[in-house]
Design a protein around this ligand. Sequence first.
Ligand code: NAD
Length: 497
Amino acid sequence: MQKQKIDWHAQAAAMQFDGRAFINGRRVAAQSGATFECLSPLDGRKLTDAARCDAADIDAAVAAARAAFEERRWAGMAPAARKQVLIKFADLIMQNRDQLALLETLDMGKPIRYSRSVDVPSASRCIRWYGEAVDKLYDQIAPTADTALALITREPVGVVGAIVPWNYPMIMAAWKIAPALAAGNSVVLKPSEKSPLSALRLAEIALEAGIPAGVFNVVPGYGHEAGSALALHMDVDCIGFTGSTKVGKLILQYAGQSNLKRAWTELGGKSANIVCADCPDLDAAVAASIGAIYFNQGESCNAPSRLFVEESIKAEFMAKALVMLPDFQPGDPLDEATVMGAIVDSTQLKTVLGYIASGQAEGAKLLSGGVQQRTESGGYYVAPTLFDEVNSSMQIAREEIFGPVLSVIGFTDLDDAVRQANATTYGLQAAVWTSDLNKAIQTARALRAGSVHVNSYDEDDITVPFGGVKQSGNGRDKSLHAFEKYTELKTTWIRIG
Ligand code: NAD
């Protein structure tokens, strides 16, 4: 039977939005009554007003989370029981797939084909995976002398504050809340002011799945108001932050200024992708390099935005790359054929166009794109942009652009390419393409990044940790390692005899 095509425009027109906070199991306005506008980057239209929460609302959410934790409404449930609830949460996310996908696309600008096929299923999978894992974890007994028994157990830290960005609103939220909730914590989530709507809906779905009131709260608002209040709060035990390096530095300061809460930071990137002349499959290298930089409008922390290509294959590489670019022309995000959507807002659009102007001013060669498109829509779209003849001292090679802009740098000496690749404040991801096993391993070892790909880019699995080194942050999301962020080790000594 042929699948019936969804009329996304009709669905969008009929959509009801609710931008109120979700605290202690209920939708509430900000205590001050203040709101901010949620504008759609698709066409600039207002979707709804969201609660502009501040310190008073954060206090209320943290108090609700603390009470739920102290009463052990969730932490006191057996891991197998929490598992059942989290699996139901994951199931309900998939049952609400179209609605959540549409919210994500309208609020943030990514194509509906991806919010429906990537973002919603990935968030659901993440929650299911941590739910399934949590009743299979064992603690330890230390190898002490016979006269004592020393138990090493993991306990939830208590109240976790999660602060997330707008580029993958639901997935970033899931990476924080899934391990934190599975471990038995209560959570206060502060979504980005640019994309709060899907997280707010997730909180309703969590309650429906059986997560007790107060355990999962979502508080929309600005970073300098709600975000800082959460990170500075004296009764928050841990902050899981994903966002820019600039704000990550503030988060660490807030932790020090307040109660020394543990603070985890997943920050920006300027990832290097090195293609050697002996790369095993040039077509695959071109497809992966181009696909990964333009996916999500280039608004990915791990986007391979610096491409190093060995001079002897560079002309062939660039010719193949240019052929692919028309596939990434921005289109209507509500059209299922569109692969590149809108930039999140007018501020980010200006930032991206500013970097393009800087690349031109500093002498990089603009091979394609470089302009705003679909201006008649009222939204914010940028053509896939390709710069050649970039050098590592240019601003476009040093700073995270967070837009569909690729900087290509030629090289003749691999050691020098690796030196340039590492000459950045960031260290999130990197890649090397070569048929030579020794070269692959030596280069992967030399690249300073949280993940290195060999002959691929953007391999991804929930079982594998994700995070960076240097100013790309600390800590790891995903995999069983994420439990380390949201649990404390406790030692219990028992005297024998
Ligand atoms: P951002 O740092 O501006 O904002 C992130 C979050 O922090 C938002 O919720 C924001 O409201 C909040 N915030 C802002 N100021 C704050 C303050 N003073 N106190 C507390 N909270 C504050 O980042 P963004 O523009 O939303 O997201 C883009 C950035 O996120 C990029 O640098 C990208 O690389 C990074 N990112 C990293 C990862 C990763 O896993 N390493 C994943 C996705 C995005």
